[in-house]
Structure formats: structure tokens, C-alpha cells
Design a protein around this ligand. Structure first.
Ligand code: A3P
Length: 334
């Protein structure tokens, strides 16, 4: 990827923003293209503050993903694993039984309720006990140098998903949540056809798109800095969640002891964070945030290959070709 300035200044961003290519067809938020990625204006506006003020600690764990790729699951798994001493996964009062995973692990670049700016989010992060776990949908090239630079000590776990499934998952999600973000945008989402949304996805014109470029940058980073960046695949996680939890724990520097494994702690974490379990928790059935996004929107089928029920073979072949062409010679393939 093209190198970007390590420090993005607020004044420069404010001056630049109106001149960046704009996309308004992708609800619920207007997007601008910056350094090859389409991001909400609200996120780009906050980027300079994040770059200037985020003070990463070596123990920090950042959970990165392209939207609709398993973020919620990864947040639950990482949170439950890293805090298992304080919050035993079998405990009736585990935070994941009373809070949605996105409340347990916040996104660093944006308040899902769109009420607070980055500065107040960052103040909140300063108060968290170590090890902190934070989420991000930012592409690797837009992460602060303090996280992504060669000398950075904190760790990043990235989850990638088949682009066709990420697309289908995103379409269902956008239709469910967009009314929460304003009547105009909501109406746009409701009327957006599958074909129109697919066109936008193929052009990379949606939140954090193009998806394959997002994935590729993290994959390359994981090759370059394997101790700092762990690359996970949603489909593999589904096949073997237990091995995934052990891998996450090792990477985060809190591997399971023999006693823990024999005592079933890994199985308890897998169970606590399973789609079935989380989906049926009262907080995820009836809760939501103040912007009106219902927690249940984050839990749908949780399978691999659902795209077959929604895309025609022609659509699938077209997206496959776009992705293959873009990844050619990179060493990475889905
Ligand atoms: P589907 O819409 O295909 O069902 P994200 O968390 O990045 O928004 O991704 C959402 C996708 O992850 C949705 O996929 C959702 O069902 C799935 N998901 C959410 N929680 C999960 C869990 N605990 N285990 C497996 N998949 C989960």
C-alpha cells in the first residue's frame, strides 16, 4: 500500500475533506475516499484526533476487521479470554451476559451512537485497566503509527471473511440499522436493491471498502510482523472455535494452563461466545443503543456460504473475478 503520513493533522483533514470523492448511495452514512478507502466523513473527521491522542500501551489488543466479518464474535472471544480470571466464563454475572460485545469492547474510531467525538472516547479508553481491548474497522494504512509502525508494541488481531458472505451479511445489517441513523439515510437503505448494493460492493464503495484491499493490507502486515499482527479467518473459526480460542490466548500472551484446559475453561469460553448463546441473551434480544440500533442486528445466521442463497452464479463469478484480479501476485487468496 502507498505509505500515508503517520500523523494526520486536523486542519489539513478539515481542508481536504470537501474535496475528497463523495459517495452518498451507501446508507446510512455519507462516505469519502481517502487513501484508497471509503470511510464515513464522521470517521475521517475524527482521524487526526485519534492519531494525535491515542496513547497505546504495549499490552493493548486491537481487534480489526472489515465490517460484517465476525467482529462481534471476535470481540466476545477476546474479551472473555483475556479477562477470564476476573470474569470466569461460566459465571452467571459475566459481562457478556448483561452487555452486548460491542459495549464490552469499544470501537476506537467511532461512537456507534454518534454522540461523542474521538476526544471523549479517548478519555474513556485512558481509564480502562490493562490489558485494554479495543475494536477498529480502520484499514491498516490509516492506523496510527503508534499501533502499526514497526516499533509499535501493541497487538492486532484481524478477522477476515469471504467477500460474498461479508456482502450478504452487510446488506441485511444495513437494512436493519439504517433507520436508526436518520430518516433520509434509512429510507435510502430500505429502497436499496440487492443489485444496487452489489454494484457498490464490487466498486468498493461502502464502509471501509474495498473489502479485499482491507483484508490484503492486514494479511501483509501479519506476514511482516507476525508477533504483532494475527490474521484469522471467520470460516476457520467456525470449523474449529476451540483451536481459535487457544490461538488467540497464545497470541495475546495469556495461553491456557493445563489445569484450565482440563477444567474446561476453553470450552466454556467457546460456549459463552457462541452465536446461539449470545443471540439468546436477554440483552441481545431486547437491548439496543441510544441511536436506536438493536443488539439483535449483530446476530443472524453465522454460517459460511450463505451467499449461495442470495447471489446468482453470475454475480458470484463477477465478484470472484474482481477480487482475484485485485489480489493477483499478492500471495493471498480467499
Ligand atoms: P451473518 O449475517 O452472515 O449471519 P460483524 O460482527 O463483523 O458485524 O459480523 C456479523 C456476522 O457475524 C453475522 O453474520 C453474524 O451472524 C455473525 N456472528 C455474530 N456473532 C457471532 C458468533 N458469536 N459466532 C459466529 N458468528 C457470529
Amino acid at each position: 500500500p502507498a505509505p500515508v503520513d503517520a500523523t494526520i493533522q486536523a486542519g489539513r483533514m478539515a481542508a481536504l475533506l470537501p474535496s475528497l470523492p463523495l459517495e452518498t448511495r451507501c446508507p446510512p452514512l455519507p462516505l469519502r475516499r481517502y487513501n484508497g478507502f471509503w470511510l464515513p466523513e464522521a470517521v475521517l473527521t475524527e482521524l487526526p484526533a485519534i492519531h494525535a491522542r491515542l496513547r497505546p500501551r504495549p499490552s493493548d489488543i486491537f481487534l480489526a476487521s472489515f465490517p460484517k466479518s465476525g467482529t462481534t464474535w471476535l470481540k466476545a472471544l477476546a474479551f472473555a479470554t483475556v479477562h477470564r480470571a476476573r470474569h470466569p466464563p461460566s459465571g452467571a454475572d459475566h459481562p457478556l451476559r448483561r452487555m452486548n460485545p460491542h459495549e464490552c469492547v469499544r470501537f476506537m474510531e467511532m461512537d456507534p451512537e454518534l454522540r461523542r467525538d474521538a476526544s471523549s472516547l479517548l478519555e474513556e479508553f485512558e481509564e480502562l485497566d490493562s490489558p485494554r481491548v479495543l475494536g477498529t474497522h480502520l484499514p491498516y494504512c490509516l492506523l496510527p503509527d503508534s499501533i502499526a509502525g514497526e516499533a509499535a508494541g501493541s497487538r492486532i488481531m484481524y478477522v477476515c471473511r469471504n467477500p460474498k458472505d461479508a456482502f450478504v451479511s452487510g446488506l441485511f445489517f444495513v437494512k436493519k440499522v439504517s433507520s436508526a441513523y436518520g430518516a433520509g439515510a434509512g429510507a435510502g437503505a430500505q429502497s436499496l436493491s440487492l443489485e444496487e448494493a452489489f454494484e457498490l460492493f464490487c466498486e468498493g464503495r461502502l464502509f471501509a471498502g474495498p473489502q479485499w484491499k482491507h483484508v490484503l493490507q492486514y494479511w501483509e502486515a501479519s506476514m511482516r510482523r507476525p508477533k504483532q499482527v494475527l490474521f484469522l479467518e471467520y470460516e476457520r473459526m467456525l470449523r474449529d472455535p476451540k483451536a481459535t480460542v487457544k490461538k488467540l490466548a497464545e497470541f495475546m500472551g495469556c495461553g491456557f494452563s493445563k489445569e484450565e484446559e482440563e477444567g474446561g475453561v476453553v470450552d466454556e469460553i467457546v460456549k459463552l461466545c457462541s452465536l446461539k448463546e449470545l443471540k439468546n441473551m436477554e440483552v441481545n434480544k431486547s437491548g439496543g443503543n441510544q441511536a436506536g440500533v438493536r443488539n439483535e442486528a449483530y446476530f443472524r445466521k453465522g454460517s459460511s456460504g450463505d451467499w449461495r442463497n442470495h447471489l446468482t452464479p453470475e454475480m458470484a463469478a463477477r465478484l470472484d473475478k474482481i477480487v482475484e484480479d485485485a489480489l493477483q501476485g499478492s500471495g493471498f487468496a480467499f
